[in-house]
Design a protein around this ligand. Structure first.
Ligand code: DQQ
Length: 535
């Protein structure tokens, strides 16, 4: 397909070149945010994995340092895979990560590393004590090729605990490891939790404050609730549940008994292997995630790069207590240029309205919609109760509806041959209760061949009885990262327009439903480029 330098993102995290995947060991240390990530120093495809390292004052402007963790000991000589950071009580950071220790198979063990010089705020050099490593090996019948991604550790009742992802048969699970001194670790008999989902990669486990409270908690603090996330190797999505944690038994129980199948996701789009950390500077919990490309491997090689990270998101428990809310960290707003606004504009059935006066290929758009009436809402087919994505696949942005589809066409060409739709559609269930679907439909995003263009969708658990709903989209050349209803449902998509690139990308509000939709308020900002690893 058409490989354009204009697809390279402007303000989403990426190195100057080559392949990147999972965020690793995010932490705040002596005034700096540290982000490590899975990186191939030799090319734009996965392989030769080391931990690249960047630092930032604000999670938006990044400075690249030398790779921090790379094969150097027997227990990581064939790769340094994902892991996490824990800040010890005396302030020392520790990194735990997965090492590949054999050349014939991806034999996985867990390792530990400490800073060579704790007084260096940039933590440039790391030491892997020979007397400690590896700290955990796949004993006791553990599948050695499915045993990885240690979490941030937490302290309770005289012990440190951390999780390692794995699988037993088809049961995905999070092994618990315990230690008194953070140096010697032993596996607990029972996993923290498990479910019939296949392998759990990159588990994450953390406490949250009470419903609706936005402040984050350090991983060792007690929470009103706990969140367990795992990345399902089978589907390549990040799922989480909200539940309670029994410290004595080291067991986690989701509040919703069907939670493990209900499949709440951080993001209903392209977002994987995510990880959170507690930011003491702003007393918040921040979520970082990886978004892969959805063009072809030859395209990636031609571009010379592949993979980005989502804009860091603050996360906290929704007032309902049933799910998390997510919102781009406030620092991203520093990139906003002069605002362009629209207010009180009614978009009638079949109409679309262009938002002009700014370049929209690199923009932040916030909209408040108000639907005139929910009367025309289509009946909801319960066959789709657990499959928003399928529903959106059947009823895409161009399929006329009752209430909606309405929303934004982003990265659209002037002739509308190319457009990515981010929209809502409202149904009514058997009791007459509204059910809101949020979709990103990239099926018309590009005329180029060889692109993967899946429709992504999630239901939005919001009260739309007043007709009101909000949408925010962070548009960045080949990224559309959207937040529905104040961060209740999020969708990140990668798209590669062939005409709607650079200054030829347009932004519209559209309405393909039968009910009028009012744009009560829309503000769009061009986004400036931050420092991005020297690129
Ligand atoms: N990526 C890492 C693994 C992890 C996977 C390897 C998830 O540690 O399980 O690059 O994307």
């Amino acid at each position: 397909s058409i490989v354009s330098p204009l697809h390279r993102t402007g303000y989403h995290f990426q190195p100057p070149r080559n392949w990147i995947n999972d965020p690793n060991a995010p932490m705040y240390y002596k005034g700096w945010y540290h982000l490590f990530y899975q990186y191939n120093p030799k090319g734009a495809v996965w392989g030769n994995i080391v931990w690249a390292h960047s630092v930032s004052r604000d999670l938006i402007n990044w400075i690249a340092l030398e790779p921090a963790i790379y094969p150097s000991i027997p227990s990581d000589q064939y790769g340094c895979w994902s892991g996490s950071a824990t800040l010890l009580p005396d302030g020392t950071p520790a990194i735990t990560y997965t090492g590949i220790s054999r050349s014939d198979i991806n034999y996985q063990v867990q390792n530990i590393a400490f800073p060579k010089n704790k007084s260096d705020p940039l933590l440039r050099e790391w030491v892997k004590p020979a007397e400690l490593n590896p700290i955990a090996v796949p004993e006791g019948g553990i599948n050695a090729t499915q045993f990885r991604d240690p979490t941030t550790a937490w302290y309770a009742d005289g012990h440190w605990r951390m999780l390692v992802g794995g699988v037993r048969g088809t049961r995905g699970l999070a092994f618990v490891y315990r230690s008194r001194d953070f140096r010697r670790w032993a596996r607990a008999k029972h996993p923290l939790h498990s479910a019939l989902t296949g392998m759990w990669e990159c588990p994450d486990f953390f406490p949250v404050s009470g419903s609706g409270q936005e402040n984050g908690l350090d991983t060792s603090e007690s929470g009103a609730k706990y969140v367990l996330k795992n990345s399902l190797d089978l589907t390549r999505y990040d799922y989480y549940t909200v539940g309670s944690y029994d410290k004595r038994k080291d067991r986690y129980v989701p509040d919703d008994p069907a939670g493990d199948e209900r499949r709440l996701r951080y993001d209903y789009g392209n977002f994987y292997a995510s990880k959170t950390f507690y930011d003491p500077a702003k007393r918040r919990r921040v979520l970082l995630g990886w978004a892969n490309e959805s063009d072809s491997v030859p395209d990636d090689k031609a571009k010379g790069w592949a993979g980005i990270h989502a804009i860091p998101r603050k996360i906290w428990l929704d007032p309902s207590g049933k799910q998390l809310l997510q919102w781009p960290v406030e620092e991203v707003e520093k990139l906003r240029g002069k605002p362009v606004s629209v207010a009180g504009k009614v978009v009638r059935p079949g109409e679309h309205v262009e938002v002009t006066g700014l370049a929209t290929y690199q923009a932040d758009v916030e909209v408040s919609f108000e639907v005139s009436s929910l009367e025309k809402a289509e009946p909801f087919d319960p066959a789709y109760a657990n499959d928003a994505q399928k529903l959106c696949g059947v009823k895409g942005a161009d399929a006329k509806g009752g209430v909606g589809p309405f929303g934004l066409w982003v990265l659209a060409s002037a002739d509308l041959q190319e457009k990515t739709a981010v929209f809502f559609r409202v149904f009514k269930d058997g009791y007459g209760k509204p059910k809101v679907l949020m979709c990103t439909d990239p099926t018309k995003s590009s005329l180029s061949p060889d692109l993967y263009k899946p429709t992504f969708a999630g239901f939005v658990d919001t009260d739309i009885s007043s007709g009101k709903i909000t949408l925010r989209s962070l548009i960045d050349r080949s990224v559309v990262e959207s937040f529905g209803a104040g961060g209740r449902t999020c969708i990140l998509s990668r798209v590669y327009p062939s005409i709607a690139i650079g200054k030829d990308a347009h932004l519209y509000v559209f309405n393909n439903g039968e009910a009028d939709v009012k744009v009560s308020h829309l503000t769009a900002w061009e986004m400036k480029k931050p420092l991005m690893n020297g690129a």
